[in-house]
Design a protein around this ligand. Structure first.
Ligand SMILES: Cc1ncc(COP(=O)(O)O)c(C=O)c1O
Ligand SMILES: [Zn+2]
Length: 407
């Protein structure tokens, strides 16, 4: 790592900069690397360490972060004629979502700078992730969530011993409150996007997809999107690989949002209507929406890594896809029944988006497509139950079972 660069105005900071956002314009920062130096090392064998901005990577993390399975989903793909569909199953992370990647890197950073209390604003998953990993490392966690967060996510955070503040308001209110409280009390703020280290954790997902595909680049990676940090991280991972000469082409990164929470997709469409050339990023404004989606993880009024996400979609040539909530929910049992992977609503959205792209003939049958299944269905049983079907009640006799199967 050799410094920071503003996503909007491109102003740079040196590696010893201790802030979180651009001192000139307030936008998010991107961490920069000396790729020429990494290039030398990478020729010997691929290793994440030179691509991460933290020390202590030699000390193994007490929990297994990342290294999640890439699962071929031929029966799911078959329904659309797709022969090369894969699911990146992030549900096997310690707190059951992709957030653990970002938390692991941010907590290494927190330890590098001697922080004892770590805080986060979260729709639920980042909070349960922070609580989980902080418990593993012996740090104190404070979690700000909207009061409406699913009970499983709250229960995880509480079980791991975090102080959980259920904010009477939206995720956006929780975010602003966490920011103020972290400043006031000197806590390390892990909040997504605002903390530039979160993107660095998320990008490791791209490295793994590349390795698990036998060092091949997929045509598309389809990413469920709220704040846009998972998406901008995913793009950065591929860009890193290209910058050191390990790959010679980049995938499209497709952004999936619920129609009922689509600030990033709206911004991309607006930009593409106005121009196909790269805009002046310091002038791009992302309009706020009023999010009402059932997919709580991607329910965001004001995306906190929105500009980086819009830029990533634009540069990768990815689609900006909005899907109705009903299609997101319907995708959960479809994925589960044909692949054995259990997704929460946000994590099922990429499959709903692939179906929409296929209907609109935006996707070819031989494309290599990876859907990021970012969180487990166990995290939001109330919503998943609405599409799971119902159990058949039966008397404890073989005759009663026989009657059911005779039907
Ligand atoms: C399961 C899941 N999927 C997708 C996302 C979207 O990530 P981002 O908010 O960085 O766009 C989140 C974020 O909370 C999540 O928890
Ligand atoms: Zn700036």
């Amino acid at each position: 790592m050799n410094g920071y660069r503003c996503i909007a105005c491109a102003e740079t900071q040196t590696a010893d900069f201790s802030g979180f956002v651009c001192p000139s314009c307030g936008n998010n920062l991107e961490i920069t690397y000396d790729y020429a130096a990494i290039r030398e090392d990478s020729l010997r064998g691929f290793d994440y360490a030179p691509f991460l901005p933290v020390s202590r990577l030699d000390a193994p993390f007490p929990l297994k972060i990342g290294r999640t399975p890439l699962i071929a989903a031929p029966r799911l793909g078959e329904s659309l004629g797709l022969r090369r569909l894969f699911l990146k199953d992030e549900t096997s992370n310690p707190s059951a979502s992709t957030k653990d990647r970002a938390t692991a890197v941010t907590l290494r950073r927190a330890m590098d700078i001697g922080a004892k209390v770590v805080a986060v604003a979260s729709t639920g998953n980042a909070g349960s992730s922070l609580a989980c990993l902080a418990a593993a490392l012996g740090l104190r966690a404070v979690v700000f969530v909207p009061e409406s967060a699913p009970v499983a996510k709250l229960t995880q955070a509480l079980s791991f011993g975090a102080t959980v503040l259920a904010v009477r308001g939206t995720y956006d209110d929780a975010f602003d409150l966490c920011l103020t409280a972290a400043d006031e009390f000197g806590w390390f703020n892990r909040s997504t996007g605002y903390n530039p280290y979160t993107r660095e954790g998320k990008k490791t997902c791209a490295y793994e997809i590349w390795e698990d595909l036998g060092r091949r680049v997929p045509d598309r990676v389809v990413v469920p999107t709220g704040d846009g940090n998972l998406l901008s991280g995913m793009w950065k991972g591929w860009c890193d690989l290209q910058a050191v000469g390990l790959i010679d082409r980049l995938p499209r990164i497709d952004c999936v949002q619920s129609e009922a929470s689509a600030a990033i997709c709206h911004a991309v469409r607006q930009l593409r209507e106005n121009a196909n050339t790269e805009p002046d990023w310091s002038n791009v404004v992302i309009d706020e929406v009023t999010a009402t989606t059932v997919a709580d993880s991607i329910s965001v009024n004001r995306p906190r890594d929105g500009l980086a996400a819009v830029k990533s979609i634009f540069q990768s040539g990815g689609e900006a896809i909005t899907v109705p909530d009903a299609e997101i929910l319907a995708a959960i049992p479809e994925i589960a029944r044909s692949s054995g992977v259990f997704a929460e609503p946000a994590a099922a959205a990429p499959w709903a988006a692939v179906k929409q792209m296929a209907r609109q003939k935006k996707i070819e049958e031989d494309e290599l497509v990876v859907c990021v299944v970012s969180g487990s269905g166990l995290k939001d049983i109330a919503n998943v139950a609405t599409v799971a079907g119902t159990a058949l009640t039966v008397e404890p006799t073989i005759e009663a079972v026989g009657k059911i199967f005779a039907r």
